[in-house]
Design a protein around this ligand. Structure first.
Ligand SMILES: [Zn+2]
Length: 465
């Protein structure tokens, strides 16, 4: 059916000119056309490939992220978006230096380690100490400080793969809370089992953490999961291992920024539909899944709407800066525009695997619109989800403020195998699934930005003979 429709559409393009905004029935047809065509999208892949190749890793606040912003402005302008601009802001910049984890005894060997964002720096020669192991954060919390003081804390966990990625919330605690608790108990340093679901790749997973008020920053790193297994096997042998940990880093002041571009609507005063992603990445891979792919997906979708005609409401595309290290871009956007009405806010920041569910929170009075969104997405195999919940990373604070929004939930089963590791490269992006994402986002935009009025067809120019 899908194939038949696609070939039919190829034969009938371009779209007919309409004098009036399309009525609902024919707009549904236009959406069906847009949805099917988007399954062959090349734009999202091109953006993802070009950004990860021509810029590479884009750590927030660094010169690399500034290059990414300049790249984004060029690309969004070249694609024909209006008002392409950058909102800049200042921020502290944490950067890793030399890293090593060496088991001194009882079985001397090297482990694969990466510092967590905002880790304190060790001195040049590293720090050495006995390792004390905890099964989880609660076990560390329950331990007397005398037991922890002067030692290197290790915390494990058992994060399973899950389609909705929900394990990250629960099992991320060793990274988010572990360092502060360890510091408050006088620990010398901390290494955690990487917050990741891969058990066979020797890749540490980095990620940000913040020391709570009153907790002195200590060196904090993540061991790859096979190395965490190795350390746990040593403990299981009744040994008391000691470790030399070198995690050098520095903090400077830098600038980041949000890159913003518009698709004008027929009513320029109408509240925009915001679609977003984040431009920054961690420094270990090239940030293909996290989150170049998200930028590719939402931008390709907005471009498809723009190519089809003029939507009723404006579409605002935002490539946020500095998400990974603390949602700086989302908070800057909220400070500038968060009080202005938005018709809906959305973000793609969970890789590029297929969208399987749509959640939204548009409000009781817009239930018909929310149900139409569900219905129009169903042909892509997307199941209807909640009508009272939505989420997003950079947009999270604005979601909490109560702005209306929708989320296209992606299959996150393998996301945390790769998340924040050197493996986050283009090789991990599945193009077919990415195209399904573009189809979902194009459909969502066509519904939420209101009827798309096709461009009047111009008479074809004759070639001079
Ligand atoms: Zn991300």
């Amino acid at each position: 059916m899908r194939i038949l429709l696609a070939s039919l559409l190829a034969a009938t393009a371009p779209l007919p000119a309409l004098a009036q905004p399309a009525v609902s029935g024919s707009h549904d047809q236009l959406i069906a056309t847009l949805r099917t065509d988007a399954l062959n999208d090349e734009q999202a892949w091109r953006i993802t490939e070009d950004l990860t190749t021509e810029v590479g890793q884009r750590l927030a606040g660094t010169e690399a992220e500034a290059r990414a912003r300049a790249w984004a402005v060029r690309r969004l302008s070249a694609l024909g978006f209006a008002n392409v601009r950058v909102d800049e802001f200042a921020m502290p910049v944490w950067q890793r230096g030399r890293e090593a984890a060496e088991l001194l005894g009882p079985y001397p060997q090297k482990f694969a380690v990466a510092a967590l964002g905002n880790s304190a720096s060790t001195p040049a020669g590293g720090v050495s100490g006995e390792v004390i192991a905890f099964a989880d954060v609660d076990a560390l919390r329950a331990a007397p400080a005398a037991q922890v003081r002067g030692k290197i804390v290790y915390i494990g966990h058992d994060m399973p793969r899950a389609q909705d990625g929900s394990g990250y919330g629960i099992f991320g605690a060793p990274r988010r809370q572990g360092p502060s608790i360890a510091s408050q108990k006088g620990a010398l340093a901390i290494v955690i089992r990487s917050i990741g679901t891969d058990r066979e790749h020797r890749n540490p997973h980095t990620g940000v953490m913040n020391f709570t008020e009153g907790a002195t920053p200590i060196p904090a790193g993540a061991l790859s999961n096979p190395d965490a297994d190795q350390l746990e096997r040593i403990f299981a042998r009744g040994q008391r291992p000691s470790l030399r940990l070198t995690l050098e880093s520095q903090v400077t002041q830098g600038r980041s920024g949000n890159v913003i571009a518009d698709v004008p609507g027929r009513d320029p005063r109408a509240a925009p539909v915001l679609v977003s992603c984040h431009l920054d990445s961690w420094d270990l891979g090239t940030g293909a899944l996290d989150d170049a792919a998200g930028c590719g997906i939402v931008t390709a979708a907005a471009k498809r709407i723009m190519a089809a005609g003029t939507p009723a409401r404006p579409i605002r595309v935002v490539w946020f800066g500095a998400e990974e290290v603390g949602l700086f871009g989302g908070l800057d956007y909220r400070a500038r525009y968060g009080k202005q009405p938005h018709h809906a806010i959305m973000e793609s920041d969970f890789g590029a695997d297929r969208v399987w569910k749509v959640d939204s929170r548009l409000g009781k009075e817009r239930e018909a619109e929310a149900k139409r969104l569900q219905r129009m997405l169903q042909p892509l195999g997307i199941v209807p989800g909640s009508l009272t919940e939505t989420e997003g990373s950079d947009i999270g604070p604005m979601v909490a403020d109560g702005l209306p929004g929708a989320s296209l939930q992606q299959d996150g089963t393998r996301y945390f195998d790769i998340h924040h590791t050197p493996d986050d490269t283009l090789a991990m992006v599945d193009k077919k699934q990415m195209q399904q994402n573009v189809a979902a986002w194009t459909t969502a935009l066509a519904v939420l930005a209101g009827p798309v009025q096709p461009q009047p067809t111009r008479p074809a120019r004759r070639r001079p003979r």
